[in-house]
Design a protein around this ligand. Structure first.
Ligand code: NAI
Ligand code: MG
Length: 358
């Protein structure tokens, strides 16, 4: 057929990862069938903590070459109770994001219909943000070391790295994102009072790049003050750009202010499109609810919608989100959103809603 066909690498990995990814694939299959103008082909990779415990590595030697053949990567979550978190994170997720130059981590947040913010006076339209996280360097560059081990004068360093290339490209992406949104506002988050080298540089590059975007309204915030503004004046925020560490923290706060970490999606983009981008729910492997059938699949559905949008299927993305919000509005929700439905019930309902809408 001459319908476009997109090849998707699926890496469900650990904990609730496989539960939400299979729900996501079920919904994507329903969407493909209902729309009929494109095809999706999934290939599954069993790169997870069980593999690490058996073979000593999360990824086979040719993993990146394998992944480069796909149009996109759909990722679940990595992390196991008996593997240190820095081993699992660096062994799988960062081992994909960093070499594939997925330097822009994009985290949209808003309050879905039928869900509520824990903020008392926050109506749905008051919280509609996109947080852009630098995803290749900064505090998570992996620079540093340990020495004088097991002595009283033991030393550990964790060096933040801010390059001109890395800072300019994330700023440009953030300004473009802000420019594409109705309010055209960008908040540049730093800590340039205390971190007087890297963060002052970050502010300087933001000002330079901003000259190319005269229609974008820019303001600057220190990261600590930003947490306060997110809670007290959410309606004043639109697009946010921050470093790897700062945005990691702010986006978890954002997800909970929008109702639950169980709805929040993220995209790890290579905006140059030389490599496939990777899409994942922002939550982790959630050992406390693994296997209970109660994981909220909405974060993965929203993630799947962002993946379809990136692949050029914006109408499919919109249809999927319309179906998801119709279902949350009907009160079909998992327990983290105050509902009592299981993962499969929410998933089946979203599939049904997709069929109804087409
Ligand atoms: P977590 O996100 O796994 O869980 C935090 C809390 O949110 C738990 O109470 C959990 O039950 C709940 N939760 C998370 N996702 C949910 C969903 N879809 N539906 C309903 N409730 C949900 O974070 P935690 O507990 O700090 O980390 C667990 C493991 O996951 C660790 O090994 C950590 O390193 C890893 N992790 C992996 C990430 C990734 O793969 N990108 C991101 C965050 C954590
Ligand atoms: Mg995080």
């Amino acid at each position: 057929s001459n319908r476009p066909s997109y090849s998707i690498a699926s890496i469900p990995a650990d904990g609730i990862g496989p539960e939400v990814i299979s729900a996501g694939i079920q919904v994507l299959r329903a969407l493909t069938k209902a729309i009929g103008s494109f095809e999706l082909e999934f290939t599954h990779f069993d790169w997870d903590s069980a593999r690490y415990k058996k073979e000593g590595t999360y990824l086979p030697a040719d993993a990146l070459d394998q992944l480069k053949k796909f149009d996109a990567i759909l990722f679940g979550a990595v992390g196991a109770p008996d593997v240190p978190d820095h081993i699992s994170l660096w062994g799988l997720r960062l081992a994909i994001c960093q070499p594939l130059q997925q330097y822009a981590n994009v985290r949209p947040t808003r309050i879905l219909r039928g869900t509520t913010s824990p903020l008392r006076n926050c109506a749905a339209g008051d919280l509609d943000w996109v947080i852009i996280r630098e995803n290749s360097e900064g505090e998570y560059a992996g620079h540093g070391g340990r020495s004088h081990l097991q002595t009283g004068w033991e030393v550990a360093t964790e060096v933040s790295v801010f390059t001109r290339v890395g800072t300019e490209r994330i700023m440009r992406f953030a300004f473009e994102t802000a420019q594409s949104r109705p309010r055209k506002m960008l908040t540049v988050v730093t800590k340039s009072n205390a971190q007087r080298n890297g963060m002052v540089f970050w502010d300087m590059v933001a000002a330079e790049v901003g000259k190319d975007f005269p229609d974008v309204t820019v303001d600057k915030m220190l990261v600590d003050a930003m947490t306060t503004r997110m809670v007290l004046k959410p309606e004043t925020i639109d697009t946010v750009v921050a470093t790897n560490l700062h945005a990691d923290i702010l986006s978890d706060l954002a997800a909970s202010l929008a109702g639950s970490i169980g709805i929040a999606p993220t995209a790890n983009l290579d905006p140059t499109r030389q490599n496939p981008s990777m899409f994942e729910p922002i939550h982790g492997s959630a050992f406390d609810i693994t296997g209970m059938g109660v994981a909220n699949p909405v974060a993965t559905f929203w993630t799947a919608a962002e993946m379809m949008r990136w692949l050029g299927e914006g109408d499919a993305a919109d249809l999927l989100m319309l179906a998801v919000e119709n279902v949350t509005e009907q009160g079909v929700k998992t327990q983290d959103l105050g509902g009592s439905n299981k993962t499969v019930e929410v998933t089946d309902k979203v599939c049904e809603e997709i069929e109804n809408l087409v």
